[in-house]
Design a protein around this ligand. Structure first.
Ligand code: SF4
Ligand code: F3S
Length: 104
């Protein structure tokens, strides 16, 4: 499966949701997650993300995000259309350590 990682937090560009053939993205206040059991590993969302936030779970750094994605995909609503990104999205691009304060 592919997973959404820390780089998405507060950026939330949502280009990813438009291309997913199985609509397996779920949305929180500041970030998105992928339901890893619904993802068919097509890989088309990965290059669409301007923040490089999407990784295959085979990447070592994706490992800790896999459970996070699975857990929140069961709580948050499904999203299939790109909405309005945060006005300050570009300012959060590439910022480190967003998880602790801003994962929501
Ligand atoms: Fe959807 Fe494909 Fe991305 Fe999985 S890899 S989330 S199926 S677009
Ligand atoms: Fe997040 Fe990138 Fe999608 S910033 S909402 S994973 S396009």
């Amino acid at each position: 499966a592919y997973v959404v990682t820390e780089a998405c937090i507060k950026c939330k560009y949502m280009d990813c949701v438009e291309v997913c053939p199985v609509d397996c993205f779920y949305v929180g206040a500041n970030t998105l997650v992928i339901h890893p059991d619904e993802c068919i590993d097509c890989g088309v969302c990965e290059p669409e993300c301007p923040a490089d936030a999407i990784l295959p779970d085979s990447e070592p750094e994706a490992e800790k995000w896999l459970e996070m994605n699975r857990q929140y995909a069961q709580i948050w609503p499904n999203i299939t259309r790109k909405g309005e990104s945060p006005a300050d999205a570009d300012q959060w691009k590439g910022v480190a350590d967003k998880f602790e304060k801003h994962f929501d």
